[in-house]
Write a protein that binds this ligand. Structure first.
Ligand SMILES: [Zn+2]
Length: 243
């Protein structure tokens, strides 16, 4: 099973990472199968910064999952002065079946302010109850068909815009940033787009749980390996921003 294998890979990798904690938060049922929804915490030796990272909110966008796996597989690059909370596969059933939405056809990235939130969203929100982060980054993918380059949605506040700018700058020579003024009908400036209140994970975090909150659109036209490398690089650069 694709999802079970991915979850196991994260479980095994996290065991190699010092001071990490793998935790199942909920079980999702679909067609008689069970999908355990998990997260990983990596605790610091000395806490200077708190980062929360999420991937594969849309089940067919694998950059986040692959990138977090890649990042975890090189524990020497994980900073021991940062607390990390990871939600590598926010949409397990969507991931299993290569679908954007969850098993009920709900777009999780429009459900973070819903009155009756989906199980995945509820599990995250409960898990975040007493948490506050310096930054949150969710990794998505844009359209391969449109040949788009990297761009970032930032929460409409100063800290998010600043972090977004830092990441765009630090991508130089590593990934091409989308320089169009208009991206999918959004007003864009040097790869940065101010996000709307759309019920997304990133909007929720920017409003309630993090100083800075971003949604990174990784170019889907690139190879999976390259996409994973971009995610890994952004995690590194986001941490460097705080030092
Ligand atoms: Zn997406």
């Amino acid at each position: 099973m694709k999802y079970a294998n991915a979850r196991r890979a994260f479980l095994e990798l996290s065991r190699q990472v010092p001071r990490s904690e793998f935790m199942d938060l909920a079980t999702l049922g679909h067609n008689g199968d069970r999908y355990k929804f998990f997260r990983i915490d990596i605790k610091p030796k000395r806490k200077l910064v708190k980062l929360c990272l999420a991937g594969t909110v849309h089940g067919d966008e694998i950059a986040g999952q692959k990138g977090l796996l890649r990042w975890l597989s090189t524990p020497e690059i994980i900073n021991d002065e940062a607390f990390y909370r990871l939600y590598p596969i926010v949409n397990p059933v969507g991931f299993q079946f290569w679908k954007r939405n969850n098993m009920k056809g709900v777009d999780l990235n429009r459900s973070f302010f819903a009155e009756k939130a989906p199980t995945e969203v509820k599990a995250i929100q409960n898990d975040l109850k007493y948490q506050w982060f310096d930054a949150f980054i969710s990794f998505h993918e844009n359209w391969a068909e449109e040949n788009e380059d990297l761009y970032i949605f930032y929460h409409p506040n100063r800290e998010s815009k600043k972090l977004g700018r830092h990441i765009v700058k630090s991508m130089k020579g590593f990934a091409i940033v989308d320089k169009r003024k208009n991206i999918d009908c959004w007003k864009a400036d040097n790869g940065l787009i101010e996000a709307d209140d759309d019920g997304s994970f990133e909007y929720f975090m920017g409003e309630k749980k993090a100083h800075a909150s971003l949604c990174v659109e990784v170019p889907a036209r690139l190879s999976v390996k390259r996409r994973a490398m971009i995610v890994e690089k952004i995690i590194e650069n986001a941490k460097d921003y705080f030092y």
